[in-house]
Every structure is written in structure tokens, then in C-alpha cells.
Design a binder for this molecule. Structure first.
Ligand code: NAD
Length: 369
């Protein structure tokens, strides 16, 4: 049987720098845990535009559809700000998500003990926090028609449409129920059924699936505005949250920031299962290409490394190895090692991107002793 395949798309700015550290981690698992992957590389974003005049070459798109997982760094940068919208680096990313039909976006918000002081909230509110937000990614108000800016009664009107079909709600809800089953078996579905018909349908569909197929998962419902309040008031009440594209965009950023730096936040985007049973999948850090620190060895590679941990867990069924990697990161942070973004107001001496990767590899080695 062939090895599972990963397409690596480092992208722009700090993308290639943090991806170098992920390669070290992949190498460690290959040498020490017998986890073999067939790796291939491609260009995306500005890097692809520079070479091909498009932010994603068709051949790269075809390959992304065939591999078991795509690992992406980040795209974009000031050099590309004046490009036509159709060839901007971000279009490459959106094309991947759209054509791979990655409808479930998983954004964990986990507070590492060593960084609990880093949150803008009090330590006891965030210490031990471990929640997962599942955001619908391919429908809702970012895609619904009609959309545009039109003339009406002598003035312009901007229109976007919140639109969800039953099947779109069904598939993302099932992903969230499955995930909840693997965690603490609690799912909170978030919409605004009090003022939106799409929210009423959302609640009906999720309730029906829960009752029929996931009676073991404790299901609750919450309005999106209340959820935003609860996330900053008492975030540990949640296990898994499932919500639509627009609310998910906002709530996942809010939840993520409870835990500190952008440099710590991974994500996974999953689609329908392929013939081998694995879901189509793309893993990427939440942060962008950070042009202000690119090329200086200052980037924190942990978000990208944690994205690989998610790939181990959700694409390759290697939950124990994913936990090993997360524990190694916790150990390194507990030892006091910090990239610049993780230094608090009291300061300290930052380590480089490469040094952080090396420290995590060493901690992985120690996990075998
Ligand atoms: P950004 O996430 O790139 O940076 C925001 C701030 O966080 C910067 O000060 C940066 O130095 C810091 N930061 C981000 N990641 C870090 C890391 N790993 N380690 C240390 N510090 C880190 O967001 P931005 O500045 O708004 O956008 C820069 C470019 O990235 C833009 O072109 C934007 O379109 C693009 N972008 C891409 C993605 C993506 O590829 N998924 C996401 C967001 C933004």
C-alpha cells in the first residue's frame, strides 16, 4: 500500500519559514515513529503569481484534489496589494477551499498552561480552555445570491444574501456531532433563529439529526449574540460549537484570541470523504503572511506545527501521535522558550523560528525516553 500523501504549499511571507519547521517535525515522525508520507510541494498565492501569473496553477489544483491532505503556510503581502482582485494571492486560497468543497472549518481554541497569563482574560477563566468551533465554510452570506451593489430608487443599495439548504446544514452538523463524540460529547449549535428564517431552518435540521442519529451527544442551542458574550464571560462552558459561515468567522476569531497570539492558532478545513474514506482536507495556521516580520526568523512556527498535529488526528487517524506533538509543544513552552510574539510586557530574549522548531523536535525525542 502506498504511503498517505501530503501536498505542501508554503505560500508567501512567513509561510515558507514556518513550513520549514513543519518539515523537521514530519522528518522526526518518519525516522522515529515509522510514519511515512509521500510529500510533494507546490506554489500558492503571490509565489504562484510570480511564476505563473495566477495565484493557483491548474496543475496544483488537480494535485490538491488527489492528495490525502494539503498543508498550507500563508498567502499575501504588500507586493500584491495592487493586483486585480481576480489574481490576488487570497484568490488561490479561496479556489482551493471552494473546489475541494471544504465545508467544515475546524478552529480549536486551546489554552496552553504556560501561556494562560497571556490572555486578555483572567487566568482562571482561560486556564485549561479547550473548545472547538466548527464553521460552515462554503455557503451562507459570503456566497448567497443575489449579491452586489445595485441602483434602487435613485440611490445605491448593497445586498448580500444569507442562504442555506437543508443538505448544507446537515453535512456540517454531522461533522460537528462526530467531532463532539470524539471529545466531551457536547455540541452547542449557534444561529439567530429569533430573527432569521435561515436560523429557524438551521435549528430544525440540527435538532432532528441530533435526536435521530446522535442521542448520545448533549445538544444545546444559543443565539449568536449571546454566544459572543458567553465566550468572553465563561468560555469553558463549551465543548464543540457549530455555526454558519458569517457567525463562525466572527466567533472563531473571538474564541481564538482568548488564548493569546495568532502564532499559536491552527485550523483544519474538511470536505466529503474520498474513496479511501479520508475526508478531503486542508490544514493551515490562522495567521497570514506577516510581512512585517517575514524573512527575519522571528515567526512563531507553532500554529503551523499544530495544524500538522490536526492532520495527524483528522486525516491520518494518528490521535496518539498528535497528542505526543501537542505535549512536546506544551513542554517547550513550559520550559520558558518563547518566540517574540509570546513575550509578555516583562520582555525576555526571544528565540528564532528555527530554534523553536528544534526545541520541539528535541522534546519529541525526550517523549520516547
Ligand atoms: P497577519 O496574520 O499576517 O499578521 C498580523 C500580526 O500578527 C502581524 O503583526 C504579524 O507579525 C503577527 N503574526 C502573525 N503570524 C505570526 C506568527 N506566526 N508569529 C509571530 N507573529 C505573527 O495579518 P495581516 O497583517 O492582516 O495580513 C498580512 C497579509 O496576510 C495580507 O496580505 C493578508 O491578506 C494575508 N492574510 C493571509 C491569510 C492566509 O493566508 N490564510 C490570513 C490572514 C491574512
Amino acid at each position: 500500500m502506498s504511503n498517505p500523501s501530503i501536498l505542501i504549499l508554503p505560500g508567501d511571507g512567513i509561510g515558507p519559514e514556518v513550513m520549514d519547521e513543519v518539515r523537521k517535525i514530519i522528518g522526526w515522525f518518519d525516522e522515529n515513529r515509522g510514519l511515512k508520507f509521500d510529500l510533494s510541494e507546490g506554489l500558492v498565492g503571490g509565489a504562484a503569481y510570480d511564476k505563473y501569473g495566477t495565484p493557483l496553477h491548474d496543475d496544483t489544483m488537480v494535485e490538491a484534489q488527489q492528495v490525502d491532505a494539503v498543508l498550507l503556510g500563508a498567502v499575501g503581502g504588500p507586493k500584491y496589494d495592487d493586483l486585480d482582485f481576480s489574481v490576488k494571492p487570497e484568490r488561490g486560497l479561496l479556489r482551493l477551499r471552494k473546489e475541494m468543497d471544504l465545508f467544515a472549518n475546524l478552529r480549536p481554541a486551546q489554552c496552553f498552561d504556560a501561556l494562560a497569563d497571556f490572555s486578555s482574560l483572567k487566568k482562571d477563566i482561560v486556564a485549561g480552555l479547550d473548545i472547538m468551533i466548527v464553521r460552515e465554510l462554503t455557503s451562507g452570506s459570503y456566497f448567497g445570491e443575489p449579491r452586489g451593489i445595485f441602483e434602487e430608487d435613485g440611490e445605491r443599495v448593497g445586498i448580500n444574501t444569507q442562504r442555506y439548504t437543508e443538505s448544507e446544514i446537515d453535512r456540517v452538523a454531522r461533522s460537528a456531532f462526530e467531532l463532539a463524540r470524539k471529545r466531551d460529547s457536547r455540541l452547542c449549535s449557534v444561529e439567530k433563529a429569533n430573527v432569521m428564517e435561515s436560523g429557524i431552518l438551521w435549528r430544525e435540521v440540527v435538532t432532528k439529526i441530533g435526536a435521530e442519529d446522535y442521542p448520545d451527544v448533549e445538544l444545546s442551542h444559543m443565539y449568536a449574540d449571546n454566544c459572543a458574550m458567553q465566550l468572553v464571560r465563561a468560555p469553558k462552558q463549551f465543548d464543540v460549537i457549530v455555526t454558519d459561515n458569517l457567525f463562525g468567522d466572527i466567533l472563531s476569531d473571538c474564541a481564538a484570541m482568548l488564548t493569546g497570539s495568532l502564532g499559536m492558532l491552527p485550523s483544519a478545513s474538511l470536505g466529503v470523504p474520498m474513496a479511501n474514506g479520508r475526508p478531503k482536507a486542508m490544514y493551515e495556521p490562522v495567521h497570514g503572511s506577516a510581512p512585517d516580520i517575514a524573512g527575519q526568523g522571528k515567526a512563531n512556527p507553532i500554529a503551523c506545527i499544530l495544524s500538522f498535529a490536526m492532520a495527524l488526528r483528522y486525516s491520518f487517524d494518528q490521535g496518539a501521535e498528535a497528542t505526543r506533538l501537542e505535549t512536546a509543544i506544551e513542554t517547550v513552552l513550559a520550559s520558558g522558550a518563547r518566540t517574540g510574539d509570546l513575550l509578555g510586557p516583562e520582555g525576555g530574549t526571544p528565540i528564532s523560528t528555527g530554534e523553536m522548531g528544534d526545541a520541539i523536535v528535541r522534546a519529541l525525542g525526550e517523549s520516547l525516553r
